[in-house]
Write a protein that binds this ligand. Structure first.
Ligand code: PMT
Length: 409
């Protein structure tokens, strides 16, 4: 079936850049995909394009002023009606105001009322695009969940060449389709908690016990959940990865820290995915100072072994499975090297999870450290789904779709 926006209300905000003339064609493209299109213009945009143009193309009144229909409170009305919004072209000025929360005209006031997936398509001169203030504003908007599309590179007004061109119409339409799809996903607006990375169990200020987890699997799940519009909390054990945009990341070190962070987030969660590799044990004694060789318990003459006393860490997943006040769909992982499915099914049941994602971590292209994974997902009632070698992000998408099918409440 051809992609469609039939029955969807798309808000198109246009600001005052030379590329504003392209917004008329974009409005037409959105109409062709079946959308009901509501156009709003900034004062600057009206220097380049006319409301009548958009009214003819969309069959709708095109608004330009907060004070033209005061009794209808237009900015609130159009924002509430929208299923998805696109701002194209978005000038430096518009982007800076969006980031700062300034609402001093119809378009910026409407933006502050939006709660739906939003696409922002910057278009401006290269110098303006590269200015640190613009870059910081764009980063902030992306972190808050907006999809930034472009700018493209090419010829700009005045004959300059460089980054700053409004992205091509087909790219913008594709972004709107994806954003509209996001609004349709059952996890859109739901709370997802993800754990990632390998916990560290300190012995002293320079030594710890840990494992080979890099956090890639958990981060891919957090990113995939944010991409479908979920509110995502990522609880990350030490990793070299950058915090994913649009996700609230809490950094923890040990299994006990992770236990506390997850338990605090769990009651409000709709889905919890435990991709972290949590140390099952921690040293009983943790030294404030670097331990000297002769301070190790049991150490004697050089060459003797040492005995490290370990205490069992709480099992976070099993504790979640036991708690009555937690309604979230629980997804655990099982890192196995032999009899992977039967050990995985054992963990599914003993830990009270709804789904368990079993990976064979003895394979070189799956499990720890790599960008790909190969998993079998097991559920209650004998559910089984094998996912052959795929990127961790693609595996994440499957996990989230299966979790979404099991949403409660
Ligand atoms: O981070 P990467 O480099 O991308 O690698 C990904 C991965 C191999 C770490 C990931 O795919 C994975 O398998 N994660 C789970 C690793 C693990 O600890 O598995 P486990 O079989 O020991 O634990 C089973 C489940 O119980 C896991 O969901 C784990 O988070 C949870 N658990 C374990 C121990 C504990 N004390 N508390 C827990 O919650």
């Amino acid at each position: 079936m051809a992609p469609s926006l039939a029955g969807r209300e798309v808000l198109l905000g246009v600001s005052g850049g030379v590329a504003a003339y392209k917004a008329a064609s974009l409005a037409r493209g959105l109409k062709k995909l079946g959308a009901d299109v509501q156009v709003i213009l900034t004062g600057g945009a009206t220097r380049f394009v006319q409301p009548a143009q958009f009214e003819a193309l969309t069959g709708r009144r095109c608004y330009t002023d907060t004070f033209s229909d005061v009794e209808r409170i237009v900015h609130v009305e159009v924002a509430r009606r929208a299923d998805v919004a696109i701002f194209a072209p978005a000038t430096t000025n518009l982007i800076a105001k969006f980031a700062a929360g300034i609402a001093d005209d119809l378009v910026t006031s409407t933006f502050t009322c939006l709660t739906v997936p939003t696409v922002i398509a910057p278009a401006m001169h290269t110098e303006m695009w590269l200015h640190p203030a613009t870059q910081a504003a764009v980063r902030l908007l992306a972190e808050r969940g907006a999809t930034i599309v472009g700018p493209g590179e090419g010829e700009l007004a005045g004959g300059d060449v460089g980054p700053g061109r409004l992205e091509d119409e087909d790219v913008l339409l594709e972004a709107v389709l994806r954003a509209a799809g996001r609004a349709d996903h059952p996890l859109s607006g739901r709370r997802v908690v993800v754990t990632a990375g390998g916990t560290r169990e300190r012995l002293d200020p320079v030594r710890f016990l840990s494992n080979r987890s890099t956090g890639k699997m958990g981060y891919a799940i957090a990113e995939a959940a944010a991409a479908v519009g979920a509110t995502v909390d990522l609880v990350a054990a030490p990793t070299a990865l950058a915090d994913p945009p649009g996700v609230t990341t809490t950094h923890v070190e040990s299994a006990l820290d992770m236990h506390a962070a997850v338990m605090a987030l769990a009651p409000a969660a709709d889905v919890i995915v435990k991709a972290a590799a949590v140390s099952d044990f921690r040293p009983v004694a943790v030294s404030d100072q670097k331990l000297k060789k002769d301070a190790w318990t049991g150490s004697g003459a050089e060459g003797d072994g040492v005995t490290l006393e370990l205490a069992r860490n709480p099992d976070i997943l099993a504790d979640l499975g036991r708690r009555d006040d937690i309604d979230a769909v629980l997804v655990g992982f099982a890192a196995e090297t032999t009899d992977v499915e039967s050990y995985g099914r054992g963990k599914l049941e003993s830990k009270g999870a709804d789904l368990i994602v079993v990976n064979d971590v003895s394979q070189s292209d799956a499990g720890f450290g790599v960008d790909t994974n190969r998993v079998v997902i097991l559920g209650r009632d004998g559910f089984r789904r094998a996912v052959d070698l795929a990127s961790k992000r693609a595996v994440a998408d499957v996990i989230l779709d299966l979790a979404a099918e099991r949403l409660r409440g």
